[in-house]
Write a new protein. Sequence first.
Lengths: 307, 441
Amino acid sequence: MLTNHPHQTSRGMSDYQLKMAFIMPTMILLILMNIFPLLWSLYLSFHRYKASMPAAPRFIGVRNYSRLLADPEIWGYFQTTAYFVILAVAAQFFIGFGLALLLNRDFRYKGFVTTLLLLPMMLSPVVVGLFWRFILSSDNAGLLNFFLSPFLNSPIGWTTHPKVAMLAVVIVDTWMWSPFMMLIALAGLSAVPKFLYEAADVDRASAWFKFRWITLPLVSPLLLIALLFRTMDAFKMFDIVYVLTREGGPGTATETVSMNLYKLAFRNYNTGKACAMAYILLIIIVALSNIYVKYLNRVKGEEAQET
Amino acid sequence: MKSVRRSLVFVLILALAFVSTAKADNHQSQSLTIVWAEWDPANYLQELSKDFTAETGIAVDVIQIPWPNFQDKVFTAFVGKSDLYDIVIGDSQWLGRNSQGQNYINLTDWINENIDVDSIYGPAMTAFAEYPKGSGTYWALPAEVDAAGYVYRKDLFEDPNEMTAFQEKYGYALAPPKTYAQLRDIAEFFTRPDKDLYGIATWYSKEYDGITMGFQQVMWSFGGAYGDADTHKVAGHINTEDSVKALEFYTDLLQFSPPDAPNYYWTETLGAYNAGKVAMAMNYFAFFPGVLNPESNEISHDKSGFFIAPAGPKGHYISIGGQGMSISSYSKNKALAKQYMKWFMQKPVQEKWAALGGFTPHKEVLQSDIFKTATPFNEAFAASFPYLRDFWAVPEYAELLEVCQTNWSEAISKIKSAKEALDAIARKHEEIFEDAGYYDE
C-alpha cells in the first residue's frame, strides 16, 4: 500500500532510514579500518607489547613516551626529517612554480612537454629509488659520477658520504615531486583572469609588479595547499630512503622518523613503543598542518577583503 | 518450469565445481612449502626435494625471498599466524625469538627419537637447533652450515712482478693472508684507483645484518666480545680498548675498498669481485658458486682461490652463517614436515645435498674427501669450522642487531668515533636487556 507521507518511501523506509542505509556501510568501514586501529594503537602506546611474542600487553603508563622523548637519537631522527622536509619542499616549490610559469604560455608541443614533465610523479617511489641508486652510485660506474668525472679528482660519494647523502635524497624527491607542485601552480595560473594583466599593461606596469601584485596573490591559496600536501608527505619520507640510501645510511645521515618507526614496528616488533612514536609523529604533523591551514585562511580572508 | 530446471542444473554445476575444488585442495594438502632466502642453496634444495617427491608423492615448493626482506616477510607471516609456510629455514639468531614467541614447534622429543644427533656436527646443532644454548631443547635441525670466507685473485697473487714488488715493500712473500695485519698490507698493496683496482671488498652495509656479520669476526679476533652470555652485561665487554682497535681497523680498511664500499653487502661484494675491481672479497662460502660461474664472472672464474678469514692479534673467530630447518607452529602439515626433515638428515641424502652444492651439517659427509674436493672452496670452508661464532641468539636479537648496524655504520662513516659508537651500543644493549627483564633478579 502506498502512503502519502512525504518522508516515507514505497517500501516503508523513512528518509532517515534511507540516509542511514547509505551512510552505515561507510561508517562501519571507517570505524573498523580507521577509528578502531587509531584507538587500539593509542591503548598499546601505554603498554609494553610485542606483536611477535605471545605475552599480553602490560600497562607501563607513559614510559614509552618518556623513553622516546628523552632519547637524543630520536631527536636526531626528527632533525634529519626536518632538514629533509625544508630542503625538499623548498626545492620543489621553486622548481615546480618556475616550471609552471614557463608552461603558462602558448607554444608548440606544450601538451607533450607538460606530460613529459609529469611522468616522474606517476612512477612508483621504489622504482625511482632503484634507478636513482644506479645513477647516484658512488663509484665511477654511477651515471652522474661518470658524466662529472672529467671535472672531479675523485667520484662523489652521493650515497656513501654522510654530508652528501641527504642531498641525494633531496635531489631524487625533488625530481619526483616538483611536477606535482608545477601541476597545482599551473592550475592556479591558468585561472588568473587575463583582463587584470591587460589592465596592468595599460598602466605600463613592470613584469615584476604584475607578478608580485597579480599573479602571486591569486595563486598563493593553491600554492599553500600544494605546500601543505608536500610537507605532510615529505614528513613521512620512507620508500626512497629505504631503497636509495639502504635504510637511512650512511650511519644515520638520512634516517628519517618514518624509517626508524618502520624498524621499531616491523623489524624489532616493539609494538608499544612504535605506537607511541607514531602518535608523536601524528601530533607534529597535525600541528604543522594547522599552521598552514591558519595561514591559508588568512590569505583567503585578505582576498575576500580586497574583492 | 523451464526456468526452475535451468536453476537446478546451474546449482548442480556449482555443487560439482565446489566438490572438485575441495578435492583439488585436499590433493594439494599433500604438499609442503619451505621458505628460504633467495640464493643458490635454495635452488639446490628444490632440486634435492624432487627425490623426496619421487619417493613419497609429496610435492615440495621452496619459496625464495630476497635477503633484505627475508626476515621482515617471514616474521610478518608469523605475527599473522599464517599457515603459508610449513618449514622455515631461518637464521641462527632467529631461534630465541621464534622459540619464545611460539612460532617454531618444540622438536626436542621428536629429534631424540628420530634423528641420530651424533651424526650432526656438534657446533652446528648448538648454533642452529638449540635454545637456550646448552639446554638440550631443540627447535630446528641444521640445514645449511656456512661461514664467512674470502675469495682472491690468483692471477694477481701469483704474478711474478707483483710477488717481487710485494716482497720488496713488506718484507714477506705475497700469499693469502693468515692475519688481519697481512690482510691490510695486501689490501693496501693492490689498491690502485687509477686502474680502478682496489685491495678488498667486505661488508659495510647498513642493510639487515651486513656490517655486523662483516665486523664482528674482526672484533672477536681483536679480543672484543658482545657481552657476558650468563649475566647479559654488555658494558666492559663490547666497549673495550680491543673492540675500539678492531673498529678503527675495520674503518681503516675502507680506504682500500671501492668508493661505493659503505653500501656493500653480499651482492655488491660479489659484483665488485666479478667485475675485476678488487683483489680480495669477503662473503659467505655459500655465495661463492657465482664466482666460479663463467657467465657471472668472465674475468676470474678460473683464476680464483679461497682462504679462511684471518686471525687477529688476540684470537681467531669467524662469523657463522647458514640456517636451521624449523617447523612453523601455524603449519597444517606438521607430520609431513617431520617426514621431510627425517628424510633430509639421512646420510645418502646429505651426500647428494653436498654434491649439489649444499653445505651439509652431517659430520661424516663434511669430513669426507669427496666433500672437500667437491668445489675449490669447500676445503677452506671445512677449515673454518673450529673458529665459528654467532651473534646473540636471544629473542631480542633483532633490536640488538639494529643498534649494532646503526652505530657501526656511523663509525665507519665518521659520524661517531669508534669509542662513541661502542659506548652507545653498550648503553643501548643494556637498556634492551633491562627492558626484557634480564636484570630483574
